[in-house]
Structures are given as structure tokens and as C-alpha cells.
Design a protein around this ligand. Sequence first.
Ligand code: ZN
Length: 267
Amino acid sequence: MPVCTTCGVQYDDVDPEVCPICTDDRQYVGAGGQRWTTVAEVSAGHRTVVRPEITGLTGIGTEPGFAIGQRALLVPGEGGNVLWDSVSSIDDAAIARVTELGGVAAIAVSHPHYYSAMVEWSDAFGGAPIYVHADDRRWIPRRGSVRTWDGDTLEILPGRTLINTRVHFAGGTVLHWPGPDGRGDLCSGDIVQVVADRRWVSFMYSYPNLIPEHPDTVRRTVRLLRDLEFETVHGAWWGKVVESDGSGVVVRSARRYLEHLGLTPDF
Ligand SMILES: [Zn+2]
């Protein structure tokens, strides 16, 4: 099955001429034109690493980097681990390490750019359900064990709650977890993007093409997140983590964002 080399998403056996995700405004077709690979090729040419992120949560990444280069996270708890987001490679060593850590009971993906090899990861763990927001239904590249969900929030396993902020994609989703000590973590993909200065986050409709998110969507995101407790915000790449006062960082960053657009920073 073809995997787009620019976004890393694996499609079913219908080989499209161009990647639908990359021809959208929020992505781009690589300078050399559309290129395809496979999960087997990516996995053979890269290592699938499973190691702690700086906060101790387990990360899963592809090294050297492939396509967009995001890393996934294992979010533990009652009922098993949630695999938050996904990568385009998978191998026996990574499956063995994740199995030692308790396996994968469910998968949730923030938005279409990170669908990657989510069905392969699900299949490797007994067909674990993959939660994708229904408003991104048109982008689902392979059916597998995908389950669409509706509305603003869904607790998929005890303590692991999805929140549809609508940033970046209509189905753009983050995951809230109280954490082992109740301090709280937000796994945000690039829906709430941890930026270079890790005391701040931002909100974009397109990152590669630098199109800002609509202010009403940013306001809505603050309303959905401001009453949740979370110290930590886990962005989409290794080390992209806000380590303290996460909920305050989201509110301050939204205020700064709206002020720079010349708008009143109210929510
Ligand atoms: Zn693509």
C-alpha cells in the first residue's frame, strides 16, 4: 500500500495519482513531485525508536526523521495504553518494546497529517480501535479499525479524554490526561502547537504555508481547555514540551495571538 513521502500517510491499495492530504492548502506536494514508498521500505531504512520523552512519558519515533517527523506517545492508565498519534514505520523490536510496556488498547490521532501507518499499528496490537473525529471523515486513508466520534469531547479509556478544538482541521483533536500525580498533561499534536520558545504555544491553519487559524476557533479552544488542569503540554516532536503551567500558557498564548491580529483578547 502506498505511503506518501511528504506527509507519511499510508493509503489503501487504490494508488492515487497525487496524495489528497498533500494537495490540500495545509500541506504541499514535494518539490520533486509526488513520490510514494511503503511502510516496509520506511521501516527497513529507519529505526522505530521507543524511548522516554523529557517528561517520562514514552515516545515512539522514526529515526532518521521521515516525512513530517512527528513522534507518537504512549499514554498509560486503567484499561491499557492509548497510542496518541502515530508514525509511518513499525518493526518487531518496537512492537516487542511496546508490548513490554503493556501494549496498545486504543489509538487516537490528532489530525490527518499524522494518520501515517495508524492501521499497521492497530493491526500489530489486535486491531486496537483508532479514534478519528467524524469531521475529518473525508481524509481517512484506510478503514482498518477506525471509529469516528462526534461532539466536543470523548473519554476513550478512563482518564484519557479527547477534545475536538477544530484548530488546523475541523476534526483537530487534543488528548487530556490527569497523569499519575494529577498534575495533568495535554497531548496536543500540532493542534495546540508548542513553539520554539517552550513557554508558549500557537494555533495555525497551515504550518508549512503559514496561514493563521481563525480567531473564533482560537477563542473556542480556550473555552474548551481553560477549565482543565494540566501542567504539561506535549507537542508533536521530541522535546517540544511545555513543562509547567500548561493551562496558563494556552490562555496567555491565545491572548497574545489575538492581540497581534488587532483583536480584543476575550474568550
Ligand atoms: Zn501526502
